[in-house]
Design a protein around this ligand. Structure first.
Ligand code: GSH
Length: 330
């Protein structure tokens, strides 16, 4: 998929870019990692998925599918993580910016990157996330913020999602067609996130097959190729896909199923290495303070008045107390 060539609105130095995202969103993390890897400057705004800010008219005007991430470049609006990463690669790859695809297009490395991208980018990540939440027998070792309470809320949300989206379609006539389509997908299609144990076997199998392919490839990096990334010397878009995927599975608590404790030693070594990368750390870091601040920001916008001030004061007090405790501990 191509982003349609250089933007007339882009000045090529990233000053006009703005990313609408959520720090817990898998697809947002993929774009963040690409931006950090390429060292492209950008502004950003958190869209609070917890308070359903993605269904507010201002955001639907950017993306009628009500999904983050969305990148704007001047007046140009680019939704969808795959398209955004390609847009960045097409428009910000010279001089000061990093390169995530080989210069030589027909090479073996290029072909491998494309094949791995198709393999990873086709995985049903939403089904994995919400399906894990809705099947307690799959809760092995989940990490913050995936607590049992959050998992239970997510499982409930997966059930009520189609009717919720239909409700938003009704109250936003301008975006009705796209939202009705989305509701149908959430009811019967790919986007049905309410999964039975049997359906989850299939979802888990698909991830297992993809990670098996990665393990096989990494196992071939011997001798002078031990320092290679997934498809070669270059740290590529396939590496971003794999890094964010491994992180997501780790946070959901699936590392023992897929690679840890001797299951896939090459993938384990890759995971250890990827965690050292600054772009990875910056794109996957989720702080409780950050999530609370995003909620407060939304509250401010909606009820600018006494209530918001009180909430802000309470939130800031809680964050200050957490910082105070941390400082006192160290
Ligand atoms: N294909 C899209 C998927 C984006 C997506 O599903 N984003 C989720 C967050 S990870 C979202 O915004 N969901 C909100 C909703 O569907 O209400 C991409 O690659 O960016």
């Amino acid at each position: 998929m191509s982003s349609g060539g250089p933007s007339n609105n882009s000045n090529g130095n990233g000053n006009s870019l703005k990313l609408y995202y959520h720090p817990m969103s898998f697809y947002s993390q993929r774009v963040l990692m690409a931006l950090y890897e390429k060292r492209v400057p950008f502004k950003s705004q958190v869209v609070s998925l917890l308070t359903k800010e993605q269904y507010k008219p201002w955001f639907l005007r950017l993306n009628p599918r009500a999904e983050v991430p969305v990148l704007t470049d001047g007046v140009k609006v680019i939704p969808d993580s795959v398209r955004i990463v390609e847009y960045l690669e097409d428009n910000f790859s010279n001089g000061q910016f990093g390169q995530l695809t080989p210069r030589e297009k027909g090479s073996e490395e290029s072909r491998k990157i494309q094949a791995f991208r198709e393999c990873f980018e086709g995985l049903p990540v939403g089904a994995m996330t919400y399906g894990t939440a809705g099947n307690p027998h799959l809760w092995d070792n989940p990490k913050f913020p995936f607590t049992p309470t959050l998992f239970k809320q997510m499982a409930e949300m997966a059930k009520t999602r189609p009717s919720m989206i239909r409700g938003y379609a009704q109250s936003n006539p301008e975006f009705q067609e796209t939202l009705r389509e989305k509701a149908l997908e959430a009811q019967d299609g790919d986007q049905n996130l309410h999964k039975t144990a049997e359906e989850m076997d299939d979802v888990l199998g698909r991830f297992d097959a993809a990670l098996g392919r990665a393990e096989e490839e990494l196992a071939t990096h011997t001798g002078e190729h031990t320092h290679w990334w997934l498809c070669g010397e270059l740290f590529s878009i396939a590496d971003i896909d794999l890094a964010i995927l491994l992180n997501h599975l780790y946070v959901l608590g699936h590392e023992r199923r897929f690679w840890a404790e001797g299951k896939r030693p090459h993938l384990q070594a890759y995971w250890d290495r990827i965690q050292q990368r600054v772009s990875f750390q910056r794109s996957t870091h989720i702080s409780l303070g950050g999530l609370q601040l995003a909620r407060l920001h939304q509250a401010f916008k909606e009820h600018s008045g006494v209530l918001a001030s009180v909430m802000a004061a309470l939130g800031l007090a809680a964050i200050s107390y957490a910082v105070y405790r941390r400082v006192n501990k160290s």
